[in-house]
Structure formats: C-alpha cells, structure tokens
Design a protein. Structure first.
Length: 148
C-alpha cells in the first residue's frame, strides 16, 4: 500500500514565488538534490510572510517554528532552471499552520515536487506556543482561498 500522493496542479495554489536553481543545488546525478527542495519551500514561505508583513525576522513577538515537513518528488529539476513555488494553507489552527507547497517547472502545470511545512507559532521570548494573533489570522486567510 502506497501513501504517495499525486502531483498537484498550479490551480491548487494561491501564491507563487519564482526561484532560480543554483549550481550547488545539483547532486552527483545532475539533478537538484532533495534537500534543496526544502530550501526552496522555506525561501518561498518566508518571503511571503516577510513581504506580507506577517513576519519581521528581528521584531515579531510571535514566530513560526517548523515542527514537521515532508516532500514527494515526481520529476527531477536541474540547474539552470527557473521554478515557481506554489503556496497555500492546508490547515489553519489555533497556534499552528500547515502550509502546502509545490515546485513547478516554468510553464508546466503539474508539480515536479510537493510537500508540507507545519509551523507552530510561539512567543519569541518564551518559546511557548501561542494563539495566532487576529491580524495574522486575517492575513493568512488570504492563502486559503483557491480560485477566488
């Protein structure tokens, strides 16, 4: 019995960030190494959080810590290549958010890889989980609506 998911399409995502693969992303098999996908996902997610004003890396009282992540791979990416990282919220909890992300080749509709990252939001000073502030919930809810 396999728990492997099927590749998602671009229409399953609300927000996209374009990333260019780097020379050092390739491995000995001449395709992007699996660990690089996590870096792409983390970059796209944090870029969204920072640019939308949800996260100030130096001053935010509430910060998200990754407590779980996963990635399924469908087709290899390479260097040099422009890719689009799709982002949507799969689950919005009281103190946690499950983000769904996928890597798409430029101009392709099916994901080359897709995964999830779960953030538990904590008080920066105490490290203890906190309820998501209302303004953060409002901004994050924009990532829940697929196709309008």
């Amino acid at each position: 019995m396999s728990s492997r998911s099927s590749p998602k399409s671009r229409r399953d995502f609300v927000h996209f960030t374009q990333i260019t693969t780097r020379w050092n992303d390739n491995d000995a098999y001449r395709h992007v190494n699996n660990v690089s996908y996590y870096s792409f996902f983390d970059t796209a997610l944090n870029e969204f959080l920072i640019l939308s004003g949800i996260l100030d890396v130096e001053k935010s009282e509430v910060i998200g810590l990754i407590v779980n992540s996963k990635c399924d791979y469908f087709s290899p990416l390479t260097f040099p290549e422009c890719i689009d990282i799709g982002l949507i919220i799969a689950r919005l909890g009281n103190s946690s958010v499950t983000y769904s992300l996928a890597a798409f080749r430029e101009g392709k509709d099916q994901a080359a890889a897709q995964g999830e990252m779960v953030h538990v939001y904590v008080d920066r000073m105490t490290g203890r989980p906190v309820r998501l502030p209302q303004d953060m919930l409002s901004q994050l809810s924009n990532l829940q609506n697929v196709n309008g």
